[in-house]
Design a protein around this ligand. Structure first.
Ligand SMILES: Nc1ncnc2c1ncn2[C@@H]1O[C@H](COP(=O)(O)OP(=O)(O)O)[C@@H](O)[C@H]1O
Ligand SMILES: [Mg+2]
Length: 305
């Protein structure tokens, strides 16, 4: 039985024991996917761990000149790195998640990361946005956050900014890549919101322009974090995942039904799944969380948690 399977069973048991009463905490717990991750790590490939692709000023100059500087009014309660308290509750878990991802990146190319989950309201947008923020907290790292949930876009609300022009406008050929890109208060964090509402999100994400967008902006960033719709009810996430290097699956503690998480997982090939985030664990779950932190480590290596 894989560790994620065990984790989900444990979460289900907890829920049963507590009558579903556990309150979600502010931090995610990155957990390992057992055999899937081991296979991924074994797959090897060129690691691009260190410097940004554009180490000179040219990439940044272009981004500064062509993206829009927008005043964001973030929700400080959930945007953990946009207030002045970098040591707040939940921030350490995101640092741990960051270090796990760099660890995975030592063994495979990993820049374009899709964040998804089985169902709505499990913390995809929360995880994607805080992950992008913690990435740029490291000196010189540049990240692009994309709201690719064209059905229920939330990132612009969390960041307190406008939703268009954005991805849907680009996918329809109305805008070019820099005109949909914003930057807010964090140097090195760029954001593409979902864009104007559309009637046909599934067709739009599959029309080939998403791939083009990623190809064009990829050299400018160290990380591209893509927030997606839930994987079980609609096909968008698996379509988007084909253009990404890896998928990070969010599972909400005491909430995501085991069968749904398994169904979501089946939407992606094993190699694509680089990790699982157990979101909303209550504080008493720490020893259990540690177990999975450790499980993330590659054999014969040690990683600081
Ligand atoms: N660990 C967490 N701590 C506090 N609030 C959270 C946490 N995870 C999610 N939320 C909140 O729960 C709501 C649903 O999360 P969201 O990320 O929008 O879910 P999804 O993108 O999967 O639909 C949002 O208001 C979000 O801020
Ligand atoms: Mg969302």
């Amino acid at each position: 039985m894989s560790r994620i399977h065990e984790a989900l069973k444990k979460a289900e048991q907890d829920r049963a024991n507590q009558g579903g009463a556990a309150q979600p905490g502010p931090g995610p717990t990155p957990v390992e996917d057992g055999p899937g991750l081991a296979e991924t790590l074994g797959a090897g490939g060129a690691a691009s761990v260190g410097m940004p692709a554009f180490s000179g000023s040219s990439g940044m100059d272009m981004l500064l000149a062509r993206s829009a500087k927008v005043e964001w009014k973030p929700d400080f309660a959930t945007m953990l790195f946009l207030n002045d308290d970098d040591g707040g509750r939940g921030t350490e878990e995101f640092r741990t998640l960051r270090s796990r991802l760099y660890h995975v990146r030592e063994s495979m190319p990993l820049k374009k990361l899709l964040v998804t989950s089985a169902l709505p309201k499990e913390g995809k947008s929360f995880t994607a946005s805080n992950l992008a923020q913690v990435m740029v907290r490291q000196h010189g790292r540049r990240a692009l956050l994309i709201d690719a949930d064209l059905r229920a876009p939330r990132l612009h609300q969390m960041l307190g900014t406008t939703s268009d022009p954005g991805l849907s406008d680009y996918l329809q050929g109305k805008n070019e890549e820099f005109s949909i890109m914003q930057r807010g208060p964090l140097e090195n964090l760029f954001f593409i919101p979902s864009g104007s509402g559309v009637a046909d999100p599934a067709e739009l994400v599959a029309n080939g322009r998403f791939k083009l967008l990623l190809q064009r902006v990829e050299p400018l960033f160290d990380w591209i974090i893509i927030d997606s719709p839930p994987a079980v009810p609609v096909s968008d996430a698996s379509v988007l995942a084909k253009e990404c290097d890896g998928v990070l699956m969010v599972v909400r503690s005491n909430s995501t039904p085991f069968d749904m998480a398994r169904k979501a997982r089946e939407q992606f090939p094993d190699q694509a799944l680089v990790g699982v985030v157990l979101n909303g664990t209550h504080e008493g779950a720490v020893p259990y969380s540690r177990y999975y932190y450790e499980a993330y480590q590659k054999k014969g290596t040690t990683t600081k948690a």
